[in-house]
Design a protein around this ligand. Structure first.
Ligand SMILES: Nc1ncnc2c1ncn2[C@@H]1O[C@H](COP(=O)(O)OP(=O)(O)OP(=O)(O)O)[C@@H](O)[C@H]1O
Ligand SMILES: [Mg+2]
Length: 268
């Protein structure tokens, strides 16, 4: 397949961090200055346009590092990343990040937050109307004049999603976006994600620690090994339509396998 049919190509990406401090980030023991920490070890995979990729792996295995490299915020020690066949050399407005913590601007209302994103590409006369349209998609149209601290954590995440979509990026990077939410809100957020993605069809790379979330949402699920990290397993779930029942059948079996791959017992 010619290179430009993939949205993202990750080719033999290796990342080594060099210890710049006397004390390790990972343990209490002192490490020699200059000690090398091999985090990503020859990672390769391709992402098709519009694909929803879930990445799971134990804490510290290098998931955020991998996303930082793909998005252009960091550089690989070896290997390369291409988007639309072009080598990534830095961040780009067509690639948006959503992190674990709320990053709405606290001095702006929910409506103003969305407008500040829309301003970059929407005509002034239609700004208000478009803003309401985006808020309606996440059912927040009645909270236009609320400030971020006046809405719940889940609503904040939805507003952030709406703002990210208002910027109309081609790729969305999501680093444990729902991790700080309670279980029930997280489940609701999964449904919202799927509804939005059915409309917007973005290419998404989504990090989670939640195996069920990965199996419920992903077209592909990448399981990373511990450091130095490699791709331990890739599940292709693109043949499973939504809504998915992950408790039984083939998906139930895949879910159990994913738990075991992560070293967790699926039956407790
Ligand atoms: N800027 C940096 N300088 C040095 N080491 C770093 C840097 N960023 C990350 N690391 C190291 O790289 C390893 C992977 O970190 P990373 O944040 O990518 O893990 P993660 O899989 O996202 O973990 P978590 O699930 O806890 O978020 C860790 O050992 C971390 O200490
Ligand atoms: Mg991380």
């Amino acid at each position: 397949m010619p290179s430009n049919q993939y949205k993202i190509e990750v080719e033999n990406v290796t990342k080594v961090f060099v210890e710049r401090r006397k004390r390790s980030r990972n343990s209490a023991k002192n490490v020699p200055y200059g000690e090398e920490n091999l985090v990503l070890n020859n990672i390769s995979f391709n992402v098709e346009p519009g694909e929803f990729i879930m990445i799971i792996g134990h804490s510290g295995c290098g998931k955020s590092t991998l996303l930082n490299i793909i998005s252009g915020f960091d550089i690989p020690s070896e290997g390369s990343v291409k988007v639309d066949g072009k080598k990534v050399t830095g961040p780009d407005a067509s690639r948006m990040f959503i992190f674990q913590q709320n990053s709405l601007l606290p001095w702006l209302t929910v409506g103003q937050n969305i407008q500040s994103a829309l301003k970059k590409r929407v005509d002034k006369n239609t700004l208000e109307e478009k803003m309401i349209e985006y808020l309606r998609m996440v059912d927040l149209q009645n909270f236009v004049n609320y400030y971020p601290h006046q809405i719940s954590g889940g609503m904040g995440r939805l507003a952030e999603l709406a703002r990210a979509l208002a910027l109309d990026p081609e790729i969305l990077f999501m680093d444990e976006p729902f991790a700080a939410l309670d279980f029930m809100t997280r489940c609701l957020m999964r449904e919202e994600m799927l509804n939005l993605m059915a409309i917007f069809k973005k290419t998404i790379l989504f990090i989670t620690h939640d195996i069920d979330e990965a199996i419920q949402l992903g077209d592909k699920v990448i399981i990373m090994s511990d450091r130095p990290s490699q791709i331990k397993k890739m599940f292709d779930l693109s043949g499973f339509a939504h809504p998915r029942d992950i408790s039984t059948g083939e998906l139930g079996q895949l879910r159990r396998e994913a738990y075991l791959q992560m070293g967790v017992n699926p039956i407790i």
